[in-house]
Unconditional design. Structure first.
Length: 125
């Protein structure tokens, strides 16, 4: 059983803010702040599997001005991973949300990957 599932069960068993604080402290002891990072490979895989059909190389084959390039993200107030995750999860305009297919934390993984690609002008490598 992975650590995330065990921690969730512990929160449910203990309940309240005390359990949350305990988990935060134990997580920071196990994984110092500098080592906690999102799995960008998983974000890239999720993107390729669920997003790249319409957003090839950060573009948009449906609506040209709704790309995932930095300038368009900023223009559309999607200038941070949290905002991108919300759109991935809930959808926006013609785009449906993908919460069900992305799974637990998948929206955050794919958003972090998209944001990193946008920062790098979608140059792979």
């Amino acid at each position: 059983m992975n650590l995330q599932i065990r921690l969730r069960r512990l929160v449910l068993e203990l309940g309240g803010q005390t359990a949350g604080l305990l988990i935060l402290i134990s997580t920071l002891l196990i994984h110092p702040i500098g080592t906690i990072a999102l799995d960008t490979d998983a974000g890239g895989s999720l993107f390729k599997q669920h997003c790249s059909g319409c957003h090839v190389n950060g573009g948009n084959i449906i609506r040209r001005n709704k790309t995932l390039r930095l300038k368009a993200l900023e223009r559309n107030s999607l200038d941070n991973p949290q905002a991108i995750a919300r759109v991935a999860r809930e959808g926006i305009g013609q785009m449906s949300g993908y919460e069900d297919v992305l799974g637990d934390s998948g929206d955050q993984l794919v958003a972090a990957w998209i944001w990193a690609q946008a920062q790098n002008a979608w140059t792979q490598g």
